[in-house]
Design a protein around this ligand. Structure first.
Ligand SMILES: Cc1cc2nc3c(=O)[nH]c(=O)nc-3n(C[C@H](O)[C@H](O)[C@H](O)COP(=O)(O)OP(=O)(O)OC[C@H]3O[C@@H](n4cnc5c(N)ncnc54)[C@H](O)[C@@H]3O)c2cc1C
Length: 547
């Protein structure tokens, strides 16, 4: 075993030419991979496009950016002393606190020297002669590695819809995931926000407080429930710290890798309309917003059950929003509740009662072009000083396909995935040996809490590496038959739910020209992890290991 490859600058001088492992990305996943790999004694280098650690929480600095899982849960479990020492000021942490935490982790575990910042990987090529990966960055690094961890993030590849005239806009144009560290001056100005997904839901109430006027351009209305965020209660924190071990074990056994106190009411049809109302109302008022979506076990499977909750939900919107025309525009009616990314908010619907906020329906009257002074829809023209794109990501696959990855026979990953993102267990793609995807398409990814998931996946990969190193194995791959079986199983499981009924980014629907294929394992993180354990216990069944 060789030593850790360390260096502190962005240049090539301290970067070795050959390492055991390249980790791409220094978010939650990349940092944990560095920590775990260091324990294995392998030489490791990490390339990170940004100038700091944190991934999602480094890039998404927009006003209102906040986690939607309680921070006592959305945090690392690998070091109990870290869990005990760390204090989260709020129940749902804002971006600043998450960035502080992840920087603390990088320093505490001395991970920073292994990372080259400002180093975007722009080429990865598998060399069949030496059975290693050649990895290059935009800043000139050239490294050869036996293994690569693609910890590049499921929600990292920014999506900016190419509206005609975009380049002509004279005001400030910003995507929420590229929000400048120094902020954007929008106080008193005419602001437009395009997009009302999870990010729009967070950014709109915050910007409305200071904007002169805020136009919200909505194509599809969103279901979002109140977060009831608050300072972290000290007795609640103490209770978590005393019970971390058992709670983390519960997360491993939960379909969404969560501890949710109120779930499990069974079928909605087991209750009278009055009882349902009571349960729903209690959940709406409760502290953990997302549990609302897990109240009844048939809501994600039975459209009639879903309709009951969705109609109740629309009633809530009509109650909160004063202008009933606006309320109707905000009511989701074209897809079942929960089949697009769940959102929790701090005063989203209430924001539309403000005099300085206007909702614009660009579903009925699409945006035609961005003009130098603002934007034009088929119905009207809007003058804007600041235009915010809350338009999300080329999710799950984008950060991988944008990296120019070529595997066996010179096959480009983007070509391989032209019709669907073939994969086995979301972990590997056939023809791309020793390339490990964290939160890859085909895994539970964005429908379960992702810190617990990344720890699980990285432990699984590092155990596999330990197995390979101790058995003098050179490569691990899978086959197209195996990945086709997995993709069929994934689709079958998804088809038993209502998820495929939405045109969502879970299926690539937000990106023009992207293949429509449901990319997420919705059979539960618990089932997924059991399957991965079973595969490992059976000599990595479905994987092909070669000396
Ligand atoms: C606004 C927002 C809110 C979210 N809230 C939640 C939540 O409440 N709960 C939850 O479970 N999940 C949430 N997520 C999902 C979130 O992405 C994950 O929880 C988690 O942060 C993923 O960590 P990661 O390290 O795998 O990826 P990321 O944090 O995305 O990190 C990937 C890193 O890879 C780097 N990278 C990518 N490509 C390259 C390249 N070619 N070369 C070099 N570096 C590269 C990026 O710069 C980035 O730093 C949220 C996502 C967003 C965008």
């Amino acid at each position: 075993m060789s030593t850790i490859a360390e260096g502190t600058d962005n240049g090539t001088d301290t970067t070795p030419e050959e390492v055991d492992v390249v980790v791409v990305g220094a978010g939650f996943s990349g940092l944990y991979a560095l920590h775990r790999l260091r324990r294995s004694g392998l030489s490791v280098i990490c390339f990170e496009a940004g100038d700091g650690v944190g991934g999602t929480w480094y890039w998404n600095r927009y006003p209102g950016a906040r986690v939607d899982i309680e921070s006592v849960q959305y945090s690392y479990s690998f070091d109990d002393q870290l869990q005990q020492d760390w204090h989260w000021p709020e129940l749902f942490s804002p971006q600043e606190d998450l960035e502080k935490y992840i920087n603390h982790v990088a320093d505490r575990f001395e991970l920073r020297p292994m990372i080259r910042f400002g180093a975007r990987v722009n080429r990865m090529q598998f060399d069949e002669g030496i059975r290693m990966w050649h990895v290059s960055t935009e800043s000139g690094h050239r490294v050869t590695a036996k293994y690569v961890f693609a910890a590049t993030g499921p929600l990292d590849a920014t999506n900016i819809p190419q509206f005609p005239g975009l380049e002509n806009f004279q005001g400030t144009l910003v995507h929420t995931s590229q929000w400048p560290r120094e902020g954007v001056d929008y106080a008193g100005r005419r602001v437009g926000v395009i997009g009302t997904g999870s990010t729009g839901v967070q950014v709109v109430p915050e910007m409305a407080k200071d904007a002169g006027h805020l136009h919200v351009f909505q194509r599809t209305p969103v279901y979002t429930v109140p977060a009831h965020n608050q300072p972290l209660d000290s007795s609640y924190e103490r209770d978590w710290k005393e019970h971390y071990a058992e709670r983390r074990a519960m997360m491993r056994r939960h379909p969404n890798a969560l501890v949710l106190p109120m779930q499990g009411h069974g079928s909605i049809f087991d209750y009278t309309p009055e009882q349902r109302l009571k349960i729903l109302e209690e959940a709406w008022q409760a502290r953990s917003g997302l549990l609302f979506f897990f109240l009844f076990n048939d809501v994600m499977r039975d459209i009639e059950a879903n309709d009951v909750v969705a109609e109740w939900f629309r009633g809530k919107i009509r109650q909160i929003v004063g202008d009933q025309e606006v309320a109707e525009m905000l009511c989701p009616k074209t897809y079942p509740l929960g089949t697009k990314r769940l959102s929790i908010d701090s005063g989203y619907y209430e924001t539309f009662n403000r005099e300085n906020v206007t909702l614009v329906d660009v579903g009925s009257n699409p945006i035609v072009e961005i003009t130098p002074a603002g934007l034009r829809t088929t119905a009207e023209e809007y003058d804007l000083d600041v235009l915010v794109m809350a338009t999300g990501f080329d999710a799950m696959t984008g950060s991988l396909t944008r990296m120019n990855v070529t595997g066996l026979g010179g096959v480009d990953l983007a070509d391989k995935w032209a019709d669907k993102p073939w994969n086995y267990l979301g972990l590997m793609v056939s023809g791309f040996p020793n390339l490990f995807m964290v939160h890859g398409p085909g895994g539970p990814g964005v429908v379960a809490q992702m810190v617990t998931q990344c720890e699980y996946q990285i432990d699984w990969f590092t155990d596999l590496i330990d197995h390979m190193e101790s058995h003098a194995l050179a490569t691990v791959d899978t086959t197209h038959d195996i990945e086709a079986e997995w993709c069929d199983e994934l689709a079958e499981v998804a088809n038993q739910t209502l998820f495929p009924r939405a045109d969502s980014w879970y299926a690539g629907a937000n990106i023009d020209g992207k293949a429509r294929s449901f990319m997420i394992w919705v059979g539960g993180f618990d089932v997924f992890a059991d399957r991965c354990d079973e595969v490992a216990a059976n000599d990595y069944r479905g994987f092909v290991l070669k000396p």
